[in-house]
Design a binder for this molecule. Structure first.
Ligand code: FMN
Length: 254
């Protein structure tokens, strides 16, 4: 059983690769939450996986919230792992995740990070990767994922996460500030270039966007995933002036 969250497709791709190789069922966390599905029965040899992007050097709030509510029937020290996708580094995500899993009475056996194209663009100095780097990251990720799959197959107890520099500062100081001040959805807007195609509506994992008179309108229940911004074929979605001139990225759909 692999639970995943993804905004712009990187983590979805990873989750799909893992589910296929490990012959595990794939479950999209926002869909489970919409259906109020929090209780799952485990098979004897089943592995439990969590795949998610890194948001401000920690797991996204929606993932933590989901795990807090999650319950397993038949849990008997099943092999449990996480794989997170990041643009650069993950800080002390491993500690945050393992602590939460332990607080549930479960054990976390393994954790991995995979560098993928960056999708964070909301602060000055942050932008998507140049195309060459984007392609290199996706190419390198295939090898990394193959090794991760081998480790999971062997049920290895192993943590291979790229913490980066100043991990304590990033996860213990910056991450709580990030989570305390959720994204202000009133700043999202669609410029005159919007053609009302509703791609932003469909890409929102938590159905927070609706089309009103042919234009997107954002509700308050936002995960900060930026799928709506990146998916727009007209580059019409903006976040105030912060995204002006910034690039767009979405995992290529096959
Ligand atoms: C709100 C937000 C915060 C992010 N914070 C980090 C971070 O702290 N470190 C990092 O390396 N990447 C960060 N990123 C980049 C994403 O983790 C990365 O691009 C990820 O692969 C996106 O996954 P997805 O396509 O499944 O949504 C952030 C992205 C967003 C949207």
């Amino acid at each position: 059983m692999i639970f995943y969250f993804s905004g712009t497709g990187n983590s979805r791709w990873i989750a799909e690769q893992l589910a296929e190789a490990q012959h595990e069922t794939l479950l999209f966390i926002p869909e489970c939450m919409r259906n109020e599905s929090y209780q799952f029965t485990l098979q004897a040899q089943e592995k439990i996986g969590f795949v998610f992007p890194i948001y401000s050097w920690g797991p996204p709030a929606i993932v933590l919230d989901f795990i807090r509510r999650l319950q397993f029937l038949n849990y008997q020290h099943h092999y449990l792992f996480f794989v997170c996708s990041c643009g650069d580094d993950v800080g002390l995500t491993e500690d945050v995740f393992v602590k939460l899993i332990r607080s549930k009475g479960w054990g976390c056996d393994a954790g991995f990070s995979v560098a993928m194209p960056n999708n964070y663009v909301l602060l000055p100095g942050f932008d998507v990767d140049p195309k060459v780097l984007e392609e290199k990251k996706r190419h390198d990720a295939m090898d990394v994922l193959e090794k991760i799959n081998e480790s999971i197959e062997r049920r290895e107890k192993l943590f291979r996460c790229h913490k980066g520099t100043f991990p304590w500062l990033k996860t213990r100081l910056i991450n709580p500030l990030f989570n305390r001040r959720p994204i202000d959805t009133r700043r999202f807007l669609a410029t005159d270039a919007c053609i009302g195609c509703a791609r932003c509506v469909k890409s929102c994992p938590v159905q927070n966007i609706s089309l009103v008179h042919g234009k997107p309108v954002w509700g308050e229940n936002c995960t900060s995933c930026l799928a709506c911004y990146h998916v727009c074929p007209q580059q019409a979605v903006q976040y105030g002036s912060r995204t002006k001139g910034k690039g767009r990225y979405f995992f290529p759909l096959s």
